[in-house]
Design a protein around this ligand. Structure first.
Ligand code: C2E
Ligand code: CA
Ligand code: CA
Ligand code: CA
Length: 279
């Protein structure tokens, strides 16, 4: 059954040559995806590089399309963003991730936050902070167990409003991470004013460490800068021992990647948390 499960992971090629018609069909299918229960979450562990303790889980959405099989978020999230469906889909993701995390906490699995990806359109909603407050109240999740991942592009536009929102979120007690750090444009001057918790080094910079000299310099600079701003730094997409060892040597705090675990199903993740749980 496991083998079968694995073979069903047939994602579309990420660089799409999808025809407009195809995209329209997908878009109309996506309208019904939530009510038909076709969306689900997988969870990828994040580890402290020194202790190897689990410090978080990242929720990653998947779409099980009735006829096309599994569709990756890289394929349908951009469509959802374009047509506004990202709002109901994003709300569903938040609700599901928080409900799951709260349930696991009720089972005694209390360490490690749940990181949820927030798209630009979602973050820019005027009532975004209210949504977060609502979902925390509804699910009873401890606020510090929710981490929101936003990209540089999202927080470097409309700084005054963004700063307001980030401060409100901080007051609610949730933590904030900058996703794909280094691939966008950040003003260091703003970065130091924002109430952030973590920088996530994009996996393109993790690749090939320490032999790739460009990446070596970038990873080192991000870690130093993150630390001097008082932030935790997590490296994404760690696949090899060499990459891990070098990131450790550079003082990187946490890591995520296939070396530790691929995104796990709900059942597998619960099992993983139980096995790795320490008081
Ligand atoms: P991301 O937030 O940068 O997520 C990390 C991606 O890297 C995930 O792909 C994960 O499966 C993959 N990954 C993790 N470790 C490794 C590794 O060691 N090697 C390699 N090659 N890849 C690794 P995924 O799940 O396909 O997600 C792709 C993107 O789609 C995400 O990038 C994120 O931008 C978006 N996404 C995923 N889930 C959500 C969601 O719930 N909401 C929103 N708005 N976007 C999402
Ligand atoms: Ca992410
Ligand atoms: Ca990322
Ligand atoms: Ca990415």
């Amino acid at each position: 059954a496991k083998e079968l499960g694995r073979n069903r992971y047939q994602f579309y090629a990420p660089e799409m040559n999808m025809r407009a018609l195809d995209r329209l069909t997908l878009e109309s299918d996506l309208h019904r995806a939530i009510e038909r229960n076709e969306l689900f979450l997988m969870y990828q562990p994040q580890l402290d590089l020194k202790t190897e303790n689990v410090v978080g889980l990242e929720a990653l959405v998947r779409w099980r399309h009735p006829s096309r099989g599994l569709i990756s978020p890289g394929q349908f999230i951009p469509i959802a963003e374009d047509c506004g469906l990202i709002i109901p889909i994003g709300n569903w993701i938040l609700e599901s991730a928080c409900t799951r995390r709260a349930y696991w906490a009720s089972q005694g699995l209390t360490t490690g936050s749940m990181a949820v990806n927030i798209s630009a359109h979602q973050f820019r909603q005027a009532d975004f902070c209210d949504r977060i407050n609502d979902v925390l109240l509804r699910t009873g999740l401890r606020p510090d167990l929710l981490e929101l991942e936003v990209t540089e592009g999202v927080i470097m536009q409309g700084i005054d409003q963004v700063l307001n929102k980030l401060n409100l979120l901080r007051e609610l007690g949730v933590t904030l991470a900058i996703d794909d750090f280094g691939t966008g444009y950040s003003s260091l001057n703003y970065l130091k004013q924002f109430p952030l918790h973590c920088l996530k080094i994009d996996q393109s910079f993790t690749r090939g460490l320490p032999n790739d000299q460009g990446n070596e310099a970038i990873a080192k600079a991000i870690i130093q800068m993150g630390h001097s701003l008082g932030l935790k730094v997590l490296a994404e997409g760690i696949e090899t021992k060499e990459e891990e060892n070098h990131l450790k040597a550079l003082g990187c705090d946490a890591g995520q990647g296939y070396l530790y675990a691929k995104p796990l199903s709900t059942g597998d993740c619960e099992e993983y948390l139980r096995v790795t749980h320490r008081d």
